[in-house]
Design a protein around this ligand. Sequence first.
Ligand SMILES: *Cc1c(COP(=O)(O)O)cnc(C)c1O
Length: 360
Amino acid sequence: MARVYNFSAGPAVLPEQVLKEAAAEMLDYQGTGMSVMEMSHRSKAYQAIIDQAEADFRTLLNVPSNYKVLFMQGGASQQFAMVPMNLMKNKVADYIITGQWAKKAWQEAKLFGTANAVASSADKTFTYIPDCSDLPIDDNADYVYICENNTIYGTKFHELPNTKGKPLVADVSSCFLSEPMDVTKYGMIYGGVQKNIGPAGVVIAAIREDLITEDVLPGTPTMLRYKTHADNGSMYNTPPAYGIYICGKVFKWLLENGGLEQMQKVNVKKAGILYDYLDSSRLFHGTVVKKDRSLMNVPFVTGDPDKDAAFVKAAAAAGFVNLKGHRTVGGMRASIYNAMPIEGVEKLVDFMADYEKKNG
Ligand SMILES: *Cc1c(COP(=O)(O)O)cnc(C)c1O
């Protein structure tokens, strides 16, 4: 068996320890004689799994008690609709457009009301985060929306926008649990878990309780109301049970490894190794404004699409896979989520430096 270094943007690398534990428990989960995949979600054993997962998630992010934690389905993209359906009481919201995921969320919100684009970095292909210290926030805006880490373009909000008192809603899919965050600064955070936490399909949200009401847009289906999930402990219907179990194992792995403070230290170091090399390389160049760089997704180019393709191929042959950039931007992208070991990045940089010597 040979594991590769997987730089996929998502679904992405998971901690080996978690995969091994899941394998060991596949046929018999803790004496139940069955896999978690085969278990009733109404069983005691499963209730303990989801309760522990929620408790550990709360511990990791220090989620205040006036926030509900919800495990839902439909991926991050379903939230593009659920956010406006549930939160657009005045039918107005302000969106900050820093990439494709923010743009998709903004376009979806327009189906439900007035969605203003109050800032954008589209003018420079989303290679920076716009100044959000004094935006023209609409007096009637129900919320201000950001995509906090832009998976495709490799930018991150290192400072949150000034929302002028409006609740901040953030898609944190690709920076989820990569560093500590102050949940009290948000009305809601949510993320698809397949970038940094677990198997695709699960989405986790933390929502301030006062934002979870019956007062949703007319016609909002039962399954798309936060209140439905909040009132039923994320088990109104069958939850993505196995996926949540794996997320729970990743939470335990994070707690055992020093929590999010320690994870942030490792992630800063890991990304630093790659960015330092890119800053010194004559063949490869990072594409993002330095102060806005993501710790999780690192896009880079040679400036020549043929050279890019040749590098991606050579890297894959050497065991560094999924380095091709997003289909809409080209070039390369190394996604270096929590579970990417530091040796993975060190070895990638060694490989790149060697490749540069031979092909520079
Ligand atoms: C991947 C991603 C999405 C889309 O997630 P799905 O689960 O495929 O819907 C949305 N937002 C961000 C920031 C992402 O990285």
